[in-house]
Design a protein around this ligand. Sequence first.
Ligand code: BES
Ligand code: MN
Ligand code: ZN
Length: 502
Amino acid sequence: MKFLIDNYQLNTQCVDCIIVGIFEQNQLSISAKYLDQCTNGYILSLIKLGDISGKIGQTLLLYNTPNISAKRILLVGCGEKSNLNRKNFKKILIKSIKILKKNSIKNILYCFSELYIKNINIYWMVRIFIKNITESLYNIKKVNSLIERNENFELICLHILDKCDFIKAELGLNHALSIDKGVRAAKDISNLPPNICNPLYLSKKSQRLSQKYTDNIEVELINDKDMQKLGMNAYLAVSRGSKNKPIMSIIKYSNNQIKNNKVIALIGKGVTFDSGGISIKPSYRMHEMKYDMCGAASVYGSMIMAADLKLPLTIIGILAGCENMPGGNAFRPGDVLTTMSGKTVEILNTDAEGRLVLCDVLTYVTKFSPDIVIDIATLTGACVVALGSYASGLFSNDKELSSQLIHASVQTSDKIWQLPLFREYKKELFSNIADLSNIGKSEAGASTAAFFLSQFIGKYQWAHLDIAGTAWRSSIKTGATGRPVELLCQFLLNQSKLFNEF
Ligand code: BES
Ligand code: MN
Ligand code: ZN
């Protein structure tokens, strides 16, 4: 499927369908008005029949429109003129895609860039347009099925009225397509079953990136023996019950034309299956714990986007791959572990494993002298209780970094919400035989988990994103959401300071 942007001669385009917006009270968008003139008022005459009123999401498909080369015209209701918002724009796009999919349509010309959305310029208009279209075309079955599903559409053109907007629109298109690559890659590996997507699989996918992006990506794998030498005993303990050995994939991305010489590290929790270990989880929805590697998947996707756009940055992406299983050699409640940092941890619940994996990686990462470290993890059920599936939890020791992340979140509508790291949480993690215990007493579970991590950070700006509620959907439209790839990509785009004018 290809996307093109141009200023098209609407009446002579031989596409399968032209899509134009109409508004309430018989008002037409600029392109709809143009087509109406070409057809000597045919479109308005149909609207006046009353079959479409311009309400959000209403549609009417027209065939054999006089003087128009396109095979069809799809009229889509866009609500009140100049009162369109992002949410309704998404609705309109999804509705139009539904209609197009039903018919044998391959080539499409959208006249949507002219729809006015408050505070959205042409760059963002294109970004949002591509994001919603590619998202609604994602097919989860494709990941696990041998059946080849042919692509829905061959060509999607976006009509731009003003040629002056061209450069910004093209940039929006490039960014959106690279972000989509990252989002799709993240969704694809997240949606794989845990018998396929295990730590070894994650490491192979990482290695493949260094073959694909030879100039910019280098990959180093840290296996269990390396971890032993490094003293990563907390990470190792989590994987001891599993036949699948832990592997940490280090994806190093750099670009010669570096403008921003900060080193940014992204660490993803990559527990490819979290059974809970000896503190085993109840069986209800346990299969969803294959998604406990969505943090790693989001790092993987973000690295793809960075390499695809050749961002002028240095990024260390770490996929902390491991599996949490019960077994004869599994770690137990009561064990005391010495972490790579030297701090000791008393295990009170083997299901609080994410923080054990991450604490060693937060220590390990100092080796790269990072300026910024962001870890992304499906860390706590408590975060889902606090924020639902709407927002990821944000925790940070640094005002600048947290506001940069919040800014990227607002830009992309990939919601995050900051939760506290009060000193008081330290008490919750008290252990009388070790420096820390691995769980809090019961309250503020998302914050105590984040506080646990904060005890292991080095000299860098740090943020933790708890994506337990946002990384996948369980009921309707089940599957990985690809969140927070778009947010991370936007953060990286902002860091690369190339595109500030947009
Ligand atoms: N991976 C889970 C967190 C999780 C649970 C994410 C449900 C999404 C949905 C994590 O490893 C875990 O089990 N956390 C425990 C911590 C508890 C034992 C302190 C939890 O949240 O119940
Ligand atoms: Mn767990
Ligand atoms: Zn987990």
